[in-house]
Design a protein around this ligand. Structure first.
Ligand code: FES
Length: 269
């Protein structure tokens, strides 16, 4: 199971438009889509879920994308343009050859700024310039793309004075998805089950072995599908989905990658 951003405009209700980049280091999903899916193929799809929503906060959105991270950002830009709301979009690509959805991007007109073939220093300088032109009290940032771009945007925005909830991002990959760590105990409050999760095994897998299935998708801690409410326990987060505030609340866990530091983890399952 894989998740892809829906790229449709609000006035395109008749199908889902997605973009799938063929990843050289594919775990199987993008390769299968490119090699096996032909016109006429039937795929099973679920109802869309939105883990990276455009919020009606009253602030002006600045959208920043890199590479295939354009897909959710393009969807947001089209929705804002459709509602005649102000926004600006900035798109960093490796070369003009690496620009998907050219027609849709062109239709955004002057709201889109395209940066091609910038090296790391030039990208950082450009992002720094963008931040200087923004007002942390009036603007908010949405960003999606490779991890170094997201890290650069979030760090520069924090330095510029943006509060955490005005810097929204979506990762496609999680570099911190190790499931090592120590053995701990899990108690499932609703089903009344208690069992150990050994080092090297995920909470999702341990639950499945005890007859409790948790729905998953990315299994890397980025999509939010497996999120479970926590009743108590000292959490060891390894996901890239929860915000800082959600992490420190101790109320949620992504059990496909995160675990307890020790002792007992009580889940509302
Ligand atoms: Fe995607 Fe756990 S399955 S975050």
């Amino acid at each position: 199971m894989r998740q892809y951003s829906v790229v449709n405009r609000p006035d395109e209700p008749d199908g889902f438009v997605i973009g799938v980049k063929l990843e050289a280091a594919s775990r199987g999903g993008s390769r299968s889509m490119h090699e096996s899916v032909q016109v006429g193929a039937e795929l099973t799809v679920s109802v869309p879920r939105n883990g990276f929503p455009l919020r009606a906060s009253g602030k002006r959105p600045t959208l920043i994308a890199g590479g295939i991270g354009i897909t959710p950002i393009l969807s947001m830009a089209q929705a804002l343009a459709h509602s005649s709301l102000p926004y600006t979009a900035h798109y960093f690509v490796r070369s003009p050859k690496h620009v998907p959805f050219g027609d849709r991007l062109k239709a955004l007109g002057g709201s889109l700024n395209l940066y091609s073939a910038l090296d790391v220093q030039a990208t950082l300088a450009q992002l720094g310039e963008l931040m200087e032109a923004l007002d942390p009290g009036q603007d908010e940032i949405y960003t999606c793309g490779p991890l170094p771009l997201i890290e650069a945007v979030t760090q520069l925005a924090s330095k510029r004075g943006f509060p955490d909830d005005s810097i929204r991002f979506e990762l496609f990959k999680n570099e911190d998805s190790a499931v090592d760590g120590l053995e701990f105990e899990v108690q499932l409050a609703r089903s009344g089950k208690t069992f150990k999760v050994p080092a090297g095994k995920t909470v999702v897998k341990a639950c499945a072995e005890h007859g409790v299935e948790i729905e998953t998708s990315c299994e890397q801690g980025v999509c939010g599908t497996c999120m479970v409410p926590v009743l108590s326990g000292e959490l060891d987060h390894h996901d890239a989905y929860l915000s800082k505030a959600e992490r420190s609340s101790g109320r949620w866990i992504m059990p496909c990658v995160s675990r307890a530091k020790s002792g007992t983890l009580v889940l509302d399952l």
